[in-house]
Design a protein around this ligand. Structure first.
Ligand code: NAD
Length: 249
């Protein structure tokens, strides 16, 4: 492990244009459960139901109950951890082109990252399904305690977080921008993702096709372990703070 971390340290030190690609695992040390892997939500809440747009249209109550019971805690209590902070530090040092995240928790921005592509949206932004009115989480917090599903105060339409459900398109231009940065970088680092959700998971393949070095930091196996130049199976916060040399607070 020590040797792998040393190799990753060297790769980061010599790289000039890094892209970091993150998934749910990076936020696990902030107390937000992942889908898959140890302690993942998958077993309790089937994402083929609660994260499927067709199911949501039939019965938005199931999703909103999950949001109230699981997501609200994460939104209110979670703080960026050493992994988010290390990545923000790479940006401050001028080494990072962008963070591409599958996460919807906004913790990269809370850690100070400015250049963040959110492939799957952001759970703090809420939209009306009928009239497209915008809300933020705080606007509807009270309502979801009292009424299921929460509704638009202008037209009574059902509200939905502006996150990408299975069966929905990614936000306009997000994948194109992510692919462009991936093509430009000289080091691509995956953090906390099983690399199972497409099209996002195609990005490490784009990097490898361009002969860009690929580091994967993930607790547990991923779908692309075999093509990684450096594969570190450990907790993101501990590993990244060592690689970046971030002082533990
Ligand atoms: P995933 O759940 O498929 O995989 C997460 C991986 O992270 C697992 O292999 C897990 O073992 C690993 N992991 C757990 N703790 C870790 C740690 N401390 N350090 C490093 N790795 C750790 O996640 P995914 O690939 O991002 O795909 C799931 C989808 O679910 C994404 O599209 C994402 O939008 C969504 N999601 C987001 C959040 C969030 O915003 N925080 C949380 C759950 C799911």
């Amino acid at each position: 492990m020590k040797e792998l971390i040393e190799q990753a340290k060297q790769a980061v030190a010599t790289a000039q244009k890094i892209v970091v690609f993150t998934g749910a695992g990076i936020s696990a040390e902030s107390g937000i459960p992942t889908f898959r892997g140890h302690g993942g939500l998958w077993k309790e809440y089937d994402p083929n139901i609660y994260a499927d747009i067709n199911y949501f249209r039939q019965d938005p109550t199931y999703y909103w109950s999950f949001f109230r019971d699981v997501r609200v805690q994460g939104l209110v209590n979670s703080k960026p951890n050493a992994a988010h902070k290390s990545i923000a530090e790479l940006e401050r040092r001028g080494k990072l082109i962008t963070v591409i995240t599958q996460n919807i928790d906004g913790l990269h921005q809370s850690a100070g990252s400015k250049d963040v592509i959110e492939l799957h949206g952001n759970t703090k932004l809420i939209g009306c399904q009928e009239c497209e009115a915008d809300y933020i989480f705080e606007d509807i917090r009270q309502q979801i305690e009292e009424q299921m599903p929460p509704r638009c105060e202008k037209c009574n339409g059902v509200l939905k977080p502006r996150v990408v459900f299975f069966g929905e398109a990614l936000p306009d231009g997000a994948m194109e921008a992510a692919a462009q940065h991936t093509a430009e970088c000289d080091l691509f680092i995956v953090v906390g993702s099983t690399l199972a959700v497409y099209p996002a998971a195609s990005l490490p393949l784009v990097a490898k096709r361009n002969q860009t070095a690929l580091i994967i930091i993930n607790l547990g196996e991923t779908a692309m372990d075999e093509i990684a130049d450096i594969r570190i199976d450990a907790k993101a916060g501990e590993v990244l703070s060592e690689i970046v040399g971030l002082k533990q607070q």
